[in-house]
Design a protein around this ligand. Structure first.
Ligand SMILES: [Zn+2]
Length: 200
């Protein structure tokens, strides 16, 4: 499964690396190499970092703390103190170094800097009273995203990830329902003699 960067914030995207959290959770960060790939694919983070096992464990702990706080925010309940401590402590570390050139933006830093930046991004969005955090409308998804759309009318974390899947499933269900209805319909009733056009 590919990583999705649809949450509008790297901290929420990190939290989204566990999908289907309530039913059958799938962890997309199974090993340090997965974390290295996630960092490389995230636009706001350095292109290349190495993750040892201790740093990997810190990243997972930060991820779960961010998810818990985001869920607290979605459910409009007080933040979990243990998760607050993890995120706040991580945010005190060194930040990535950014440099502008004709080639564009260059971001440098190690995994510690990556986690600091991610924690700070998480704090910024969780502290913003105007940030509209939502859980994806597809029940199995459980991804939390920042809805920046006008009037906050977004329903899905992403169209490719969930919106199109839900729409395709609804379309298939409608097709099935109408096929069944045709099968049972007046055309399929008895008494026409030949019966070659019957449903069976
Ligand atoms: Zn989703």
């Amino acid at each position: 499964m590919n990583f999705a960067f649809v949450s509008g914030n790297p901290a929420l995207d990190l939290a989204g690396t566990v999908v289907s959290r309530r039913d059958e959770p799938v962890d997309l960060l199974a090993a340090p190499a997965d974390l290295e790939r996630w960092v490389a694919e995230c636009d706001e983070l350095p292109d290349r970092v190495t993750a040892d096992f201790a740093a990997f464990e810190s990243a997972l702990s930060l991820r779960e703390a961010i998810y818990r706080l985001a869920l607290d925010r979605v459910l409009d309940r007080p933040f979990d103190p243990g998760s607050l401590k993890i995120v706040n402590d991580t945010a005190t570390g060194p930040v990535p170094v950014i440099k502008l050139s004709d080639a564009g933006l260059h971001i440098a830093g190690d995994l510690l800097a990556v986690l600091t930046h991610t924690a700070r991004s998480g704090i910024a969005v969780l502290a913003d009273p105007h940030a509209c955090l939502k859980e994806c409308g597809r029940t199995d998804c459980t991804r939390i995203y920042l809805d920046r759309s006008r009037g906050a009318r977004r329903t899905w974390c992403g169209m490719d990830e969930c919106g199109n899947r839900v729409k395709a499933a609804a379309y298939r269900a409608r097709r099935r329902a109408s096929t069944t209805a045709e099968g049972r319909g007046p055309g399929g009733t008895t008494g026409r003699g030949g019966g070659s056009s019957g449903p069976h």
